[in-house]
Design a protein around this ligand. Structure first.
Ligand SMILES: Cc1cc2nc3c(=O)[nH]c(=O)nc-3n(C[C@H](O)[C@H](O)[C@H](O)COP(=O)(O)OP(=O)(O)OC[C@H]3O[C@@H](n4cnc5c(N)ncnc54)[C@H](O)[C@@H]3O)c2cc1C
Length: 642
């Protein structure tokens, strides 16, 4: 046992032994994180067979209790693909005897979008199956649930918010089809006798009074807060004078974020895609590397997982291509209580109407529990099925090396320790680049080369349920930013009324604070940054992260009455080994006369197989996920199924 996991003298004060949501399973005989941090060897000892193992940690309550991020069992199963366990077809695969018109690999928003496209556009009689490796659908659009002092609280595991679309757009019609009525998003109001402070509607929208915290990285021992007007004055920052000067000069120059090109693919956008964000900020905006790495990493690459020194500068603007009617954080952003899980739940309710009991209203779909038996009932004759806990390990054409002549593809998957296979007349690969490139057999060199140019980076979303947030209120803030330690921001926000019995919120109310932890190592290459982050994510036990969170929150908030032992009601870690696509220069429009890698995968089906997932779109957004799913199914209907 290493020091990092040994009980420490102040653990009791931090509340490490307190009973939190489903954490009474924990003991303190965990393995090291420090020594394993950079080890290329997967620390299997930490990975039990969860849920609730020492790595996965508690998953809360409700539908998602065994599906917090990539749990150890799901990851162990998936890593067998990486470890070449299925390089040859397993001889013991059990043939289920099933034949589907389309099998969709991946039950995230893109795969569910593909299933809806297939159901609604494929016509009568066609049947599809979604295979998803987690025990719950939604992919990165899932939620955590806590019960705190009798209140049911929800928070996102990943995807957070959606925007208001143009009223006659494809996405507006899609929302209508799945029963997502934006007009019904009315949020909690202030419910305290204390004076009101502004709260946002999502964990990423921070319209309220915010504070900035500076600790030992900035030489502040004890740490300090800058709040109110002082937070906006560079003169107050604990940084060297030259940096202060630079920040002072840059105040009020927000207009520089305006799109510096006319349309995607024109010469100016291609120039952006030929450089990193960091180069763009230095060359075009006159910032220094010091300021960028101190204050804008990971912020500038927030939707892409890594720092500005490795991402294409086009990432800064790629979200503009999504064309929302209102994408302003202030007025446009909307959120279900657990983020875009609400979109995924409505998609599944539309696909399989008895999957969530009750009517297709926002309230019923949000609050009623999933009927897991309705997703994939044996022998039922239905247009769409969703099989959970199924890790697809091989997708191959009937005739090896002859995709055009094959009448079907074999889909091989593992489930609860057994290997199965079934036939599909077509397949949509919606799981993401990191598994697709390994499980589709005989991928052409062009597709393999394209996938080689996809980098995904890790992320951990930590949800901390607190019994009240008086400690923030006493600082005069509802949101906070910082540039060291775990995460970089958090805030208190309201939730929509349909999701809760608590119609008001105040500093005395329990809430969930969400911390998004990115793993950026400026100066390292893009692949190295991702691998190093994953190594850290893999090697750190639940207990070690829990301790870090409790220590950091104590350092931040004890001065205003926060007591980790008393105030924390639950902690859930959602670890995503391959969370974000991290596009390098050239990703969007290609380089050296070569096509952009995503175009190779989007434009050309491989025999009976097409490719979806958000990563092909280049912006981490559910609209991209849905559009890529629809496009992939369109190719199957237009070119594959006879
Ligand atoms: C921290 C974070 C915050 C985000 N915030 C937002 C936001 O606010 N708004 C927004 O619109 N988007 C957001 N996104 C982007 C989000 O990723 C997309 O909107 C969308 O949810 C992704 O859907 P997907 O289906 O493409 O991928 P995923 O959600 O990754 O789904 C793919 C699924 O396929 C499964 N799978 C993979 N391989 C296999 C296999 N071999 N067999 C079976 N199953 C497999 C995966 O485990 C996963 O469940 C965020 C993403 C992250 C990581």
């Amino acid at each position: 046992m290493s020091d990092s996991n040994r009980d420490r003298p102040h653990d009791k004060t931090l509340g490490m032994d307190a009973r939190i949501c489903r954490r009474d399973f924990l003991n303190s005989t965990l393995l090291a994180s420090g020594g394993l941090l950079l080890s290329p060897v997967f620390p299997r000892q930490l990975l039990g067979e969860g849920p609730d193992d020492d790595w996965t940690g508690p998953g809360g309550v409700g539908d998602y209790r065994t599906a917090n991020g990539n749990t150890a069992p799901v990851m162990n199963a998936a890593h067998r693909i990486r470890d070449h366990a299925f390089d040859s077809a397993p001889a013991d695969a059990i043939d289920t005897g099933e034949v589907f018109d389309c099998v969709i690999v991946g039950g995230g928003v893109s795969g569910l979008g593909a299933a809806l496209a297939f159901k609604t556009q494929g016509g009568e009689g066609l049947k599809c199956l979604v295979l998803e490796n987690h025990p719950m659908f939604g992919g990165e659009a899932r939620r955590n649930e806590f019960m705190v002092d009798g209140q049911r609280l929800m928070a996102p595991q990943g995807a957070d918010h959606f925007q208001i679309p143009y009223p006659h757009s494809f996405i507006a019609r899609f929302y209508e089809m799945i029963g997502l009525d934006i007009a019904e998003f009315k949020y909690q109001t202030w419910g305290s006798s204390l004076p009101e402070i502004t709260l946002g509607r999502t964990f990423e929208q921070m319209p309220g009074p915010n504070g900035t915290w500076f600790g030992s990285k900035f030489g502040q021992n004890p740490s300090i807060w800058l709040t109110g007007a002082s937070a906006h004055n560079p003169d107050n920052l604990p940084v060297p004078p030259a940096m202060r000067d630079e920040l002072r000069r840059r105040r009020g120059r927000a207009h520089e974020s305006a799109k510096p090109y006319d349309y995607p693919g024109d010469a100016r956008s291609r120039r952006l895609d030929s450089m990193t964000i960091e180069q763009h900020l230095i060359e075009d905006r006159g910032l220094t590397q010091d300021v960028i790495r101190t204050f804008m990493t990971p912020g500038e690459g927030g939707g892409y997982g890594l720092g500005p020194d490795v991402l294409s500068a086009y990432c800064e603007y790629a979200f503009d291509d999504l064309h929302c009617l209102d994408d302003s954080a202030e007025t446009g952003w909307q959120a279900f209580p657990g983020g875009n899980e609400g979109i995924a739940r409505h998609m599944v309710k539309t696909l399989i109407p008895d999957s969530i009991p009750g009517p297709k209203t926002l309230e019923a779909v949000c609050r009623n529990n999933v009927d897991f038996t309705a997703l994939d009932p044996p022998n039922a004759d239905r247009p769409a099925r969703l099989r959970l806990g199924a890790t697809v390990v091989r997708v191959e054409h009937e005739l090896p090396g002859q995709p055009e002549k094959s009448g079907f593809v074999w889909i091989t998957y593992t489930r609860e320790g057994k290997v199965y296979r079934l036939k599909a007349r077509s397949a949509v690969m919606a799981g993401g680049c990191w598994t697709t490139k390994r499980i589709v057999r005989d991928l052409p060199a062009s597709h393999l080369e394209a996938y080689r140019q996809f980098y995904r980076s890790p992320c951990m979303v930590v949800n901390v349920a607190v019994r009240n947030w008086m400690f923030l209120y006493k600082l005069g803030i509802s949101g906070a930013n910082w540039y060291e330690g775990l995460g970089s921001f958090t805030c208190v926000h309201k939730v929509p009324l349909f999701s809760t019995d608590q119609k008001t919120i105040g500093p005395e109310s329990p809430t969930v604070l969400t911390f998004k932890v990115l793993y950026c190592y400026p100066g390292l290459g893009i692949e190295e940054q991702g691998n190093r982050g994953r190594a850290e994510l893999l090697a750190t036990s639940f207990q070690e992260y829990e301790r870090q969170i409790r220590e950091q929150m104590t350092d931040m908030f004890a001065r205003t009455g926060f007591d980790a032992r008393r105030d924390i009601a639950g902690i859930i870690l959602n670890r995503w080994g391959h969370a974000y696509l991290s596009p390098q220069p050239g990703f969007f429009f290609g380089k050296d006369g070569q096509p952009a890698p995503r175009e190779v995968l989007r434009n050309v089906p491989f025999g009976r197989i097409t490719f979806a997932n958000t990563d092909l779109g280049g912006a981490a957004d559910h609209k991209v996920a849905i559009i890529e799913g629809y496009r992939a199914v369109g190719q199957i209907l237009d070119r594959v199924l006879t």
